[in-house]
Design a binder for this molecule. Structure first.
Ligand SMILES: *Cc1c(COP(=O)(O)O)cnc(C)c1O
Length: 435
């Protein structure tokens, strides 16, 4: 049997940083990442044979819990019929219909393999549809790692302390305007000055990649008003919140009060397999090749295994699943706050539906990225490691949402709650030490 340390050392000798996605490296909390061997329900198991209550949930997809038997058997059945055809399948239309049933504004849907591809394509589509180049995004919102969107992005980048990324051309950055989240005056000013040049505003309709920062009342409505008035498109990037916070995503949870032109989906929609989607207004979506001039393609797009996982996951994600996820988030969120209060640790717990995160060392509302960056990441690292030692795996970064699933019930939650007071004390000690 190999240990996490050995596995990490081996990986680092062949994979940059030992990981295939940066936040997994534990860079901001320290120590060796847990190398996972298997997962089931609310639990993950590492190569040391230790069991953890998992609050990462593969960063969102595991809405039903890990390895749900019906999802696994759907994927196995699909695998037995062939792994990839490079030709259309009936299942792709079935999944696209399931998405449209939940979000009828997604009149047409295209399946891709990652959230990054979905948002990248949505941007290209918006530029193609409007004949304009400028893009507006919000500081701290993460939309994947394509060039145009790697400007003041959150989570992994926040953790690494990088403002953007090397290798992104200055010319690309020049066509992306970054505005503070929830800053109505700043968005108005950008539209007043350059409204005619703006192709699209892309937003996380509830931000969850700088920690959880919900939109202030009227903010998403304002984005719709300004984009409509200037002929720009509004893109709701629901890769993280879509089909997680509500059957119809954030759009459904907020009451269908805003009508975006385009949506992007990922994470839950692929049920743990590499699948994402973009959808939206038929006249805009039909500009995609082969009908229109905006090119997009993918050898593995609509892959049969991924499509099977998505269909099974959406099929199972009924009201009872959302109720269970909401209940788990509510219970856990209150317990976290109570434990931190008990240890006298100033903090701010923020929610967006069933997503929540905690900002340590802050007590004012976190409405934007600048405020999120004032949290005490050292206190989070102490909190994180205390919980990890107790068998609870939080996201290894203070800038991430915590993910619960329908499998986070009863004894699973009790185990987390029991571990919180000691973690809160550890966080308090780190705060007092000032590092
Ligand atoms: C995760 C995420 C993406 C990128 O998706 P990948 O599948 O990791 O490429 C895009 N937008 C949001 C809001 C996300 O949370």
């Amino acid at each position: 049997m190999t240990s996490n340390e050995d596995a990490f050392a081996r990986a680092r000798r062949v994979i940059p940083g030992g990981v295939d996605s940066p936040v997994r490296a534990f860079g901001s909390v320290g120590g060796a990442p847990r190398f996972i061997e298997r997962a089931h329900g609310a639990y993950v198991y590492d190569v040391d044979g230790r069991e953890y209550v998992d609050l990462v949930g593969s960063w969102g997809p595991a809405l039903l819990g890990h390895a749900h038997p019906q999802v696994v058997s759907a994927v196995q059945a699909a695998a037995a019929r062939g792994l990839s055809f490079g030709a259309p399948t009936v299942a792709e239309a079935e999944l696209a219909e399931l998405i449209r049933d939940r979000v009828p504004l997604a009149e047409r849907v295209r399946l891709v393999s990652t959230g990054t591809e979905a948002t990248m394509t949505a941007i290209r589509l918006a530029r193609g549809a409007t004949g304009r180049d400028l893009l507006v995004k919000f500081a701290g919102c993460y939309h994947g790692h394509s060039d145009a969107l790697l400007v003041a992005a959150g989570s992994g980048l926040a953790t690494a302390g990088l403002p953007a990324s090397a290798g992104v051309p200055a010319s690309t950055v020049a066509s992306t305007i970054v505005v503070p989240y929830n800053d109505a005056a700043a968005v108005r000013a950008v539209f007043a000055e350059r409204g005619e040049e703006i192709a699209a505003v892309i937003t996380e309709p509830a931000a969850a990649n700088m920690g959880v920062v919900p939109p202030e009342p009227g903010f998403n409505e304002l984005l719709r008003e300004l984009t409509s008035a200037s002929g720009a498109l509004l893109i709701y990037d629901e890769v993280l919140v879509g089909f997680r916070v509500h059957a119809s995503g954030w759009w459904g949870l907020e009451g269908r009060t805003v009508a975006p032109d385009l949506f992007t989906f990922g994470k839950v929609v692929g049920g743990g397999m590499p699948l994402a989607a973009l959808g939206g207004r038929r006249d805009v979506m039909d500009l995609l090749a082969p009908l229109g001039p905006v090119y997009q393609a993918g050898t593995l797009s609509g892959n049969p295994l991924a499509t099977a996982a998505g269909i099974a996951t959406l099929g199972l994600a009924d009201d009872s699943v959302y109720a269970a996820v909401n209940a788990a988030a509510a219970e856990l969120g209150s317990a976290v706050s109570a434990a931190l209060d008990g240890a006298g640790v100033p903090h701010r717990l923020q929610r967006a539906g069933s997503l929540f995160s905690v900002f340590l060392g802050l007590s004012e509302p976190v409405r934007d990225y600048a405020t999120a960056q004032r949290q005490h990441t050292g206190a989070y690292a102490a909190f994180f490691h205390s919980l990890l030692d107790a068998g609870v795996a939080l996201p290894p970064s203070a800038f991430e949402a915590w993910f619960v699933s329908a499998a986070h019930t009863g004894s699973v939650l009790e185990r987390v709650v029991a571990a919180l007071p000691a973690a809160a004390v550890a966080a308090g000690t780190a705060l007092a030490d000032g590092h």
